[in-house]
Design a protein around this ligand. Sequence first.
Ligand SMILES: [Zn+2]
Ligand SMILES: [Zn+2]
Length: 283
Amino acid sequence: MNLIDLHTHTTASDGSLSPTELVNLARRLDLKAVAVTDHDTMAGLPEALAAGRALNYEVIPGIEISAEFRPGSMHILGYFIDPADPNLNQRLGELQQARRTRNIQMLTKLNALGLAASMEDIEAAAGGGQIGRPHFARVMTAKGFVAEPNQAFELYLKRGRPAHVEKFRLNPPEALTLIRRAGGLPVLAHPATLRLNGLEALENLVTGLKNQGLAGLEVYYSDHTPQMAADFLALARKFDLLPTGGSDFHGQNKPGVDLGRGRGDLAVPYDFLAGLKQQKGKA
Ligand SMILES: [Zn+2]
Ligand SMILES: [Zn+2]
């Protein structure tokens, strides 16, 4: 079977491999195609696409947008987006600005709580990539402020704790519309993280999202059990959504999740990509 990976991150967001390194690895592993889906940014796409062209290797331009949702987290993948789309670029720029403001607010709170660290320390922990809470947790641990990164989240950074600052997110319809207008196909990522109560709740959510432009559902995923994968695949068929799959590869920043193979048994068929291409009119 021809295998692919439709969910990966590079140094443009929070992965450890550069876009070029990621494309090279995908080819070396004999995957037939790879999609680059960094969080809230298209900054890695030009390099990834160029690397693909240089190797005559299929690279799909993508993104993963965090959308506002309770109780869990909703991520919306977009495939075949135009990296030059002005609307999407502008909105993503605003998200990046909101992210910077949030980081400053978190650091200010932590400083007031006694953490002796500067934004340079946090930036160094992020190694030039997007800064987020894991980097705060790493610095807090290194400075002896907490015993380990998990404790940083539990005691300070998660919702309801003293250094928590709510993240600004797009609402789901806006995320879907932005991806559609940029020529992309929106796909609901890893449905299990929505933390919905049962499949019926997911069916109701998906019905609404489909009316707002949703095209697909991520059915194969590193953290999906075989039962989840079977349920999500059935749900995709039932609602006429395109099934997709990917590892959510982050390189060394997410140990144990390998490109293409996830936690060892992931196998995403090229057929899934063929379905996306057919719908996009690129078959
Ligand atoms: Zn995600
Ligand atoms: Zn991801």
